[in-house]
Design a protein around this ligand. Structure first.
Ligand SMILES: Cc1cc2nc3c(=O)[nH]c(=O)nc-3n(C[C@H](O)[C@H](O)[C@H](O)COP(=O)(O)OP(=O)(O)OC[C@H]3O[C@@H](n4cnc5c(N)ncnc54)[C@H](O)[C@@H]3O)c2cc1C
Length: 555
């Protein structure tokens, strides 16, 4: 029986309260305010703008380095320095090449790593602050609500269906069952961040793919409280080399925050060849480098998290508009992978979407014809200038680190063109080497365990992510063909889900002589790595009941 749902109508519905979604809401609210003050018609109200966020509170699913280039925030909130929770301005930035025992400082910090003028921030706090500004404008911001399904109408989007609440693990309604809402809107803005579940569905269904397939990185991060004097606030170090080596694309960071806190993490492209490579273990190993250990010794890990980043850039950008919908921020592939920065482009894209939507609402036309002004605005903005200069950057590392360094040098002097333009990109999940195993499960007893002080196993880290889900709900990690895990993946790739997941969600177990997949869905930190990196593309990540997931306070 179809579920009867309450219907609500809005002018604008924004899915995701990250930098992109909130910037869109705030800028639109400012435009509506001015419109109302000038007594223009049609009548518009900020109360008809809705923002949905799946986290238990705004910012709880925000994880980033994070060094923020303030260029876009200055446009959105010109006096942001007075009230924004900026942690420290960057005072000292450097790049280091690590060997197993040594750290070699680059004599000059390459331009993409120069951060003077930028701020180290907790994205969780920044986004909370933005959320408060949005709510003050009268916009309806609903946390604990996930956009579960888009409403498709005539090749366009008419809104979204939110998650049903109170369904048990067998799909049966519990006593507290509340059906999701049918939220209809003139414009739906997809601001879901990296690998958005609705965005993925819409891009596939309406064939909106960019020139290149999207490629991703996985970032694994901890927040530490260190001994006084070890890492100064404003200190920024980016490292290359050990322990990742030069066959893979990736590196690590150490950022000094106020009150002796340190953001430390590793980010690695999900396009490596060894299916048994473990990004979480690589990050743990990084902390054992003498130079890093010296900073952390005697300190305490206080928070953990993991999240993916879209690396593909300009040539992986999907079509960003259809009838009744726009895509913004990371979901639209607007991150600058050379700088590992996407907060500023996310904010700017949200603002450009808001301007387009405002024009559409005034004209009474929110069809693709009017909304096509959005990509044109991106083209004319500094987003295009910045991303165009690095349009071939990530692809050039396909042939290895040194090849990438040479190619990106040539791109630098040719304004991003390089030797081949456009340079093709490749889906990361197709890059695994086959293992040709005999069908037995890979021994897990030798997995990285950590010493419990400097290094940690995945379960200890997950505990520090504050992750919480109601256990009695349908599994939100949908394995479309589970037999493949037992019959093919065991032989071909040794079940890489056990390795790439930074939250120990996936385990293979023997049952009556047959390998079976066990899913610990309640550990899931919503990084989306499984949806991206599964070699057969049979894992479909959908949002669990709203409010579930990590709690990245102060991250
Ligand atoms: C490890 C790491 C380090 C980084 N370092 C930096 C850095 O130093 N500087 C920098 O500028 N950028 C950095 N970035 C990138 C930056 O964090 C992103 O570019 C930026 O957050 C993108 O903003 P967004 O609003 O598009 O998406 P997000 O910030 O991901 O926000 C999306 C929001 O939508 C919500 N959501 C998703 N799907 C749904 C749904 N279906 N229903 C309801 N809600 C939903 C999510 O819970 C989330 O709150 C880093 C990223 C990572 C992972």
């Amino acid at each position: 029986m179809p579920i009867e749902r309450e219907q609500l109508e809005a002018d604008v519905l924004i899915i995701g309260a990250g930098p992109a979604g909130l910037a869109c809401a705030l800028h639109l609210a400012n435009l509506i305010e001015k419109h109302t003050e000038a007594k223009k018609s049609p009548e518009l109200s900020t109360e008809n703008v809705y923002v949905l966020e799946k986290a238990r509170e705004v910012g709880a699913h925000q994880l980033s380095g994070a060094i923020m280039d303030p260029v876009a925030l200055r446009e959105l909130v010109p006096d942001f320095e007075k009230t924004a929770p900026l942690d420290s301005p960057v005072t000292d930035d450097a790049v280091y090449y690590l060997t197993e025992g040594k750290s070699i400082k680059a004599p000059i910090t390459p331009a993409p790593f120069q951060n003077h003028g930028n701020y180290i921030v907790s994205l969780n706090r920044m986004v909370k602050w933005l959320g408060q500004l949005v709510e003050k404008k009268g916009v309806n911001l609903f946390t604990e609500f996930a956009g579960r399904e888009l409403i498709y109408e005539n090749d366009g989007i008419a809104g979204v269906i939110t998650d049903d609440k109170g369904v048990d693990k067998n799909g049966k309604p519990k006593d507290n069952f509340t059906p999701g809402y049918e939220l209809r809107a003139k414009v739906t803005v997809l601001a879901e961040g990296s690998r958005g579940s609705l965005t993925k569905d819409m891009v596939n269904r309406l064939k909106l793919h960019g020139l290149n397939p999207q490629t991703y990185g996985i970032g694994v991060k901890e927040l530490w409280e260190v001994q006084p004097g070890r890492v100064a606030p404003g200190f920024v170090a980016h490292t290359l080399g050990w322990p990742i080596g030069t066959e893979m694309y990736g590196g690590s960071w150490i950022y000094g925050l106020k009150e002796n806190r340190v953001s430390i993490g590793t980010v690695i492209a999900l396009e490596y060849h060894n299916p048994l490579f473990d990004p979480h273990a690589a990050f743990q190993k990084f902390k054992t480098h003498p130079w890093v250990r010296n900073m952390l010794d005697g300190g305490k890990m206080i928070r953990y998290g993991a999240k993916t980043v879209p690396y593909g850039g300009w040539y992986s950008m999907p079509r960003t508009f259809v009838d009744g919908a726009l895509i913004v921020g990371d979901s639209a592939s607007l991150l600058n992978s050379q700088r590992l920065k996407g907060i500023h482009t996310a904010i700017k894209s949200g603002m450009l979407a808001a301007e387009t939507i405002y024009e559409g609402l005034c004209a009474g036309d929110t069809s693709a014809r009017t909304l096509s002004a959005y990509p044109q605005k991106i083209e004319q903005s500094w987003i295009k200038k910045e991303l165009w200069a690095v349009r071939n950057f990530h692809q050039s590392f396909h042939g290895g680190f040194w090849n990438g360094m040479i190619q990106s040098g040539i791109q630098f002097v040719t304004g991003g063109r390089g030797l081949v333009d456009p340079m093709p990109g490749y889906a990361g999940y197709k890059q695994y080497d086959q293992l040709h195993r005999d069908g037995t499960l890979v021994d897990q007893s030798t997995r990285f365990k950590g010493d419990g002080k400097l290094t940690f196993d995945r379960l200890t880290d997950v505990y520090h992510s504050g992750t919480r889900h109601d256990e009695n709900q349908p599994c939100h990690l949908i394995v479309l063909e589970p037999d493949i895990c037992s019959n093919r993946c065991v032989h071909e790739f040794g079940n890489p889900c056990q390795y790439f997941c930074p939250a120990a969600v996936y385990e293979m177990e023997m049952h009556d002589g047959t390998p079976k997949l066990k899913i610990n869905a309640s550990n899931c930190v919503h990084c989306k790595t499984c949806d991206i990196a599964d070699p057969y593309q049979i894992i479909n990540w959908v949002p669990p009941e709203g409010g579930g997931g990590p709690n990245y306070s102060a991250m």
